[in-house]
Design a binder for this molecule. Structure first.
Ligand SMILES: *Cc1c(COP(=O)(O)O)cnc(C)c1O
Length: 394
């Protein structure tokens, strides 16, 4: 049955993904099931999305209740779920104002627009520059692609938006060298995801923040993948105490219902986007906002962050042991339940064998296996995972 669906998919869907030959049918907890009923342990969670695990009853019930009440209304009117969600996200992030979007890329677009408007209001000029990082990933729309430091994703779509420069994460001098009086924002992921699981160093964060304050440049942090509890903090920057001026979040924010957000401090909000500058038909509609509300409630009720902090050291220990044991595994790096195992060779075959053996894994770049499981995993799940992974190595 799966083969027939896959054949049909290959005739109908645009070929933008090299998909694995599996049709997933349902999920439960940390497990996915394909159409043949085969069970998989999931260490991808839909790319760091389904933090709460699949088929969470409270989550499903909240969405069903909202569906029966009101799914959508325009942003020209108020709706209670969005107001509640905005209050909650302010509380967990310490930011002051939020704009809900439909995706991560769209949140990045909004952040870039806000930064440009902020600079424009200061000097009336339209030639401001943004400094982003090499190996970064911020999404596939034209603006988000413009700040994504990966030539492979960009080249065919040039010209992208202009005045973007690229520095190296954790190399403060490379950032400083690009700063001039036209720089309006410095943008990076607190932990680079797609680019290979590189956490920003505390020193780098502090140095960039100080430079931003000195020159009135906005610090934009992309917390789309590393945020929402994944590193053991609600947002990864909270570990460093380096607060951004603008922050973008998505992925686990709705745990599967498409929703993102960009947030800013009051100072930026009062001096950037204003009435008529930005909009979205769906962003923060009652259904999406209901998802945010129940997700944030369940994070608290189910002690999700505590679980990350309890399980992550065990995952690190297990991955370190693999890196120690096999000389083709070079190292492990990451933060919390966002880890990468760096091989000296492409990891595609390992991932394919793991899938056959009932374990869902994903790469980050060619040589790195990325571990971004649901945040509800247990130490036993880690044991199961490493057992299957080890059997799938060669
Ligand atoms: C996934 C991701 C994005 C893009 O989010 P979409 O919802 O796919 O548009 C942007 N930044 C980071 C760090 C991401 O991981």
């Amino acid at each position: 049955m799966m083969e027939q669906y896959i054949e049909e998919a290959e005739k109908a869907l645009l070929h933008t993904y090299n998909r694995y030959p599996i049709v997933f049918d349902r999920g439960d907890g940390v497990h996915l099931y394909d159409l043949d009923g085969k069970e998989y342990l999931d260490f991808v969670s839909g790319i760091a999305v389904f933090a709460l695990g699949y088929n969470n009853k409270a989550y499903n019930d909240a969405l069903k209740a909202q569906i029966d009440k009101l799914i959508h209304t325009s942003n020209y009117y108020y709706n209670v779920p969005a107001i509640e969600a905005a209050k909650k996200i302010k509380k967990i992030s310490g930011m002051d104002r939020v704009f809900f979007t439909n995706s991560g890329a769209e949140a990045v677009e909004g952040a870039v627009k806000a930064a440009r408007k902020y600079a424009y209001l200061k000097d009336g000029c339209t030639d401001h520059e943004i400094i982003a990082m090499n190996h970064s990933f911020h999404g596939r729309t034209m603006g988000a692609l413009s700040v994504t430091g990966n030539p492979k994703y960009r080249e065919a779509f040039e010209p992208l938006i202009g005045n973007i420069k690229f520095a190296d994460l954790n190399d403060f001098e490379s950032v400083k060298a690009l700063v001039n009086e036209k720089t309006c924002a410095i943008l990076f992921e607190t932990v680079q995801g797609e680019g290979g699981i590189y956490p920003a160093s505390k020193e780098f964060m502090e140095q960039v923040k100080a430079l931003c304050e000195e020159k009135d440049i906005l610090l934009i942090l992309d917390e789309i993948q590393c945020g929402m509890g994944r590193t053991g903090y609600m947002y990864a920057w909270q570990q460093y105490g380096v607060k951004p001026d603008i922050m973008v979040t998505a992925k686990a924010l709705g745990c599967g219902v498409p929703v993102g957000a960009f947030l800013m401090t009051e100072r930026v909000a009062a001096n950037s986007l204003t009435s008529g500058d930005h909009g979205t038909t769906y962003g923060g509609n009652p259904l999406a906002a209901a998802a945010v509300n129940i997700v944030l409630d369940l994070f608290e009720e189910n002690h999700i962050i505590e679980n990350v902090n309890a399980v992550a050291p065990y995952l690190e220990e297990k991955l370190d042991a693999l890196a120690e044991k096999y000389d083709f595994i070079e190292t492990r790096r990451g933060a919390g339940l966002m880890q990468g195992l760096v091989f000296d060779r492409p990891v595609g075959d390992v991932i394919n064998r793991a899938l056959k053996n009932g374990l869902v894994l994903i790469n980050a770049g060619t040589n790195i296996i990325r571990f971004i499981p649901p945040l509800v995993i247990t130490k036993e799940d880690v044991d199961t995972m490493t057992g299957i992974l080890e059997r799938s190595l060669v």
